[in-house]
Design a binder for this molecule. Structure first.
Ligand code: ADP
Ligand code: MG
Ligand code: MG
Length: 893
């Protein structure tokens, strides 16, 4: 036999592990062998909680079942028989007995809980005779037939894969016959009729009688659990979640307890703390006289556990004790399932409870205060991405649930936004300036819309994906955006949108949920994020452990300030072109572009200089002496020119030239592949005067700040370098401009300015040693690097990426999470080659990946000094960086 999940070559391995008063055989064995449910049933038993006894068949048996071509291994049912004998002795009941039958639940349970696995079968072991026996023994025929009909139904559904509608139809007929609507109102003889009807349905659809032999039932059920390991859904789920190396699922066979024995019985589910807020208060629901999944299935409305004392004070008290016992043992918030049989409590399941980001933070910090866990554990516990929820406004749950959903798009940038419809960026700016809250609605956005996007409360587009312009820009600002809501048709001229026959215009209000992608009618009430003390505390703990520094991508003083409040330690990327789109500057850049000679260009640039200088001063001031990496102009010039005739005409009028001139220049600048065209450092090579103006603005701003006592620390970054010669040339120009400006400003003393480059072209990574000769730092521009390494245009990837993800050609969008295998090699090569040339070369990363926990994991391993991300992701990056340093695996990020 091969190696087992116990890690040793085994003699014929034990296949069945008992848990009960007699003994807990599985104690100390892990989830790989017993599955999550099995381990926790054994553990709860061993810490003295009231768990109905039973046994777990190991995942190894599942493995053997498949290796033997779907056959249960020899000896398994013997071991099962022997274990059932122990159970029978402990409980004083017999499996298959006609008078007082022992019944089982059969439950699947792999090491990782996953959807698609087999649903639980309850009451297994009942047959015609045993049901009569049970009716007599309990003096409760209603209960007995209720149990039997549930078994036939579940067995049919789960083991025989029947369609459950076939059972529902039969049930409806019985309910009509007895003129009742609720399941619980059907009398005993009605349920007896129902069992006969169910058996007939079973026979009709399976061609067999419902099996009367309890051991046959059990064997079939065990096989069905193993079979569910390889259903399409389960296989697919493991692929998507990248769950590998599991042997299979375990099977838990457990003696039944009955929540449906009358009004002193019931069943419920609960969390040991509030999973929404994290409040340390038992939280859950229960149903009187119910069994199994009734609570979850929503057949009847359950009661909150807080109301349980009115029904049974003792049980409520006991549950609170269970909470203490579980949390002391697991040191984690638990999600439990319980049943009360005639006033006695039984525990059926426990596992780590899922929670919101807000709750995760509160629970982690509270548990440190309570002495349950230490600070490191608290830092590791909160999924970094879940902090998003703490950083954005959200809808109030009640309002959200009552809202009327109009359409669905992609959840492009989380948050909540409410406003009236506006159809152009211009219109947004005007109306927002007048104090109105508006939502920018467009088919797609482009760089020209940036100002309007910034002024909007939220952004809605009808085309474009998760990495469309709207999505990327909105995420950068932490602004709510729903993208690609294709059901909505936008009529920009008529200023209205139409969805499913309904139209909405500029006077109508809508609400956007950027977390779910839903578009709702009217104003849905929102709440501001609460950056409570717990959150700050957790961040302080995180900062003690991380090695990576965290900077931000910010283009304005406001963003810089916000990022600093979130803990940014500098700016890793300040994009100068964003400043050019503002209305008081765009004219100057446009006349620069239209200029026919260097002189005219210089004149236009001179007018831009004061604006740039002021912007930089504002940013330096906001950053208070922290480093600020400023990227010189990057986009192709045509992005600054209007493309439609009307706007071109307006522009011509403003500049006092002919519209034809504008049109001609726009056409001249047109490129087949602007992404690979005249942009980045190539602009500075052809138009050195642009570089000169920008560098001069930076230096003057730094000198002005120094005079006012703010030690600015600019780092000038030259984009899109592919050869050492480009950088060598441009570095000289930058240095000369710095010297000239210092002279002009009569600045003496030093002014520390680093000059470096972005590594975003594969050739730059390949020749990083040569490039490093001329660079004081590298910043990996992984957006372009990904684009150029994969050969995917980031702006067009939406057309095929969904298919790639659906077909598992890619597991994740490489623009969202850094492709460690491919693009990552270039980053690693860039760092190591760069540092061969310059041992202490400062290296960082800017771009979307800098705020993605899995990518941050990679960056730490690659030896980068810092990551840079949008202001709203700074806390996420700080936490993720700490988690990597504390040894969290990338698969757990
Ligand atoms: P899931 O993984 O879908 O939660 P479970 O195995 O926990 O499936 O079973 C679902 C429900 O079945 C449980 O919540 C519980 O109410 C019921 N159940 C399971 N085992 C027993 C049992 N031994 N006695 C009574 N009810 C049980
Ligand atoms: Mg289940
Ligand atoms: Mg369960």
């Amino acid at each position: 036999m091969a190696k087992t999940a116990r890690g040793q070559a085994a003699k014929p391995a034990k296949m069945v592990y008992y848990f009960g008063k007699t003994k807990t055989e599985g104690k100390g064995l892990g989830k790989p062998l017993l599955g999550g449910k099995g381990v926790n049933l054994a553990e709860m038993t061993s810490i003295g909680l009231p768990v109905p006894p039973g046994f777990t068949i190991t995942t190894e048996v599942c493995d053997q079942y498949y290796k033997a071509g779907k056959k249960l291994p020899a000896g398994l049912m013997d071991e099962v028989h022997q274990t059932i004998a122990i159970l029978e002795k402990e409980l004083g009941k017999k499996f298959g007995d006609d008078e007082n039958p022992l019944l089982f639940s059969v439950r699947s349970g792999a090491a990782v809980s996953m959807p698609g696995m087999m649903n639980t079968i309850l009451n297994l072991g009942l047959n015609d005779a045993a049901t009569e026996g049970l009716a007599n023994a309990t003096k409760n025929p209603r209960f007995a037939y209720d149990a039997y009909r549930r078994l036939i139904n579940m067995f049919g559904d789960v083991v025989m894969e029947m369609d459950h509608h076939q059972f529902e139809t039969a049930f409806d007929k019985i309910k009509q016959k007895y003129k009742v609507t609720e399941d619980t109102d059907v009398p005993a003889e009605g349920l007896k009729d129902l069992c006969d009807a169910y058996k007939a349905v079973f026979k009709k659809h399976t061609g067999q009688e419902f099996p009367q032999d309890p051991y046959r039932q059990l064997e079939l059920a065990i096989e069905a659990v193993f079979g569910s390991w390889n259903t399409n859904r389960a296989v697919r789920y493991r692929q998507i979640e990248n769950i590998r190396g599991l042997l299979g699922t375990a099977v838990n066979v457990q003696s039944m307890v009955y929540g449906n024995m009358g009004d002193d019985s019931g069943t419920g589910v609960a969390f040991t703390r509030n999973p929404n807020t994290g409040e340390n208060k038992f939280f859950g629901e229960f149903l009187i006289n119910a069994q199994g999944e009734d609570v979850v299935a929503g057949i009847r409305t359950p009661l909150p556990v807080a109301e349980m004392p009115k029904w049974n004070k003792e049980i409520h008290k006991e549950l609170l004790e269970v909470k203490e016992t579980l949390e002391t043992h697991y040191k984690e918030m638990q999600d439990i399932e319980f049943t009360i049989e005639r006033g006695k409590l039984f525990m059926l399941q426990t596992r780590t409870g899922k929670r919101t980001g807000v709750a995760a933070v509160k629970i982690a910090v509270d548990m440190v205060k309570e002495g349950l866990i230490d600070e490191k554990t608290a830092v590791l516990r909160v999924p970094a991405n879940d902090l998003t929820q703490l950083l954005l406004p959200s809808f109030k749950t009640t309002a959200r649930n009552a809202a009327d959903v109009l359409a669905r798009g992609l959840p492009a940038s989380p948050g909540a936004a409410v406003g009236k419809l506006a159809f152009t960026a211009e219109e947004v700016k005007e109306r927002a300036a007048a104090g109105e809250k508006v939502i920018l609605v467009r088919r797609e956005t482009s760089p020209e819309d940036v100002e309007g996007m910034h002024a909007a409360a939220g952004i809605l587009t009808s085309t474009g994906g998760m990495t469309s312009h709207a999505a990327v820009v909105a995420r950068g600002w932490g602004k709510c955006c729903v993208a690609g809501a294709g059901e909505i048709s936008i009529n920009e001229k008529a200023k209205k949108i139409t969805v499913g026959g309904k139209s909405f215009g500029v006077k109508d209000t809508i609400s956007l949920d950027g977390t779910t992608g839903e578009v709702m009618v009217g104003e849905v009430e929102t709440q501001e994020p609460t950056l409570a003390g717990d959150f700050r505390k957790l961040m302080e703990w995180a900062d003690q452990y991380r090695r990576l520094r965290v900077r931000t991508n910010a283009d304005t003083p406001a963003d810089s300030k916000r990022a600093r409040d979130f803990g940014a330690e500098g700016i890793g990327l300040c994009r100068t072109e964003h400043m050019f789109f503002e209305s008081d500057r765009i004219m100057h850049i446009r006349s620069m572009i239209l200029a026919n000679n260097e002189d005219d260009r210089r004149k236009a640039l001179k007018k831009l200089l004061p604006f740039q200088r002021k912007d930089f001063e504002g940013i330096f001031k906001a950053m208070q002496g922290l480093p600020v990496t400023i990227r010189l102009l990057d986009p192709p010039l045509h992005e600054f020119l209007p493309h439609d005739a009307k706007a071109q005409k307006e522009m011509a009028e403003e500049l006092g030239i002919k519209p034809a001139e504008v049109k001609a220049r726009a056409e001249q600048l047109h490129e087949q592949n602007p992404m690979l065209g005249h942009r980045g450092c190539r602009l500075s090579v052809t138009y050195p005067e642009i570089l000169e103006m920008q560098v001069r603005a930076i230096v003057e701003a730094a000198i002005n700040c120094a005079k006012k006592g703010t030690a600015a620390e600019p780092e000038i970054m030259i984009p899109l370098v592919g050869t050492a010669a480009e950088l060598e040339l441009l570095r000289k120009q930058v240095e000369a401009t710095i010297e000239q400006t210092k002279k002009d400003k009569k600045h003496e003393g030093d002014l520390p300015i680093l000059i470096g480059t972005m590594i975003e072209i594969p050739r730059a990574a390949l020749t990083a040693d040569q490039i490093a000769e001329h660079a004081d730092f590298f910043s990996f521009g992984t957006n372009d690097l990904t684009q150029l390494t994969f050969g995917y245009s980031r702006d067009d990837v939406g057309t095929f990426l969904p298919d790639y993800l659906a077909q598992d050609i890619l597991h994740v969008d490489p623009f969202q999470s850094l492709d460690a295998t491919g693009v990552g090699q270039l980053v690693e090569m860039g760092v190591s080659k760069g540092r061969t040339e310059k041992q202490k070369l400062k290296c960082g990363i800017c771009g979307e990946h800098g705020g993605d926990p899995a990518s941050i994991h990679f960056c730490d391993g690659a030896g980068l000094d810092y990551v840079s991300c949008s202001p709203f992701r700074v806390p996420i990056a700080r936490l993720a960086a700490a988690q990597v340093a504390l040894g969290k695996k990338v698969s757990d990020m």
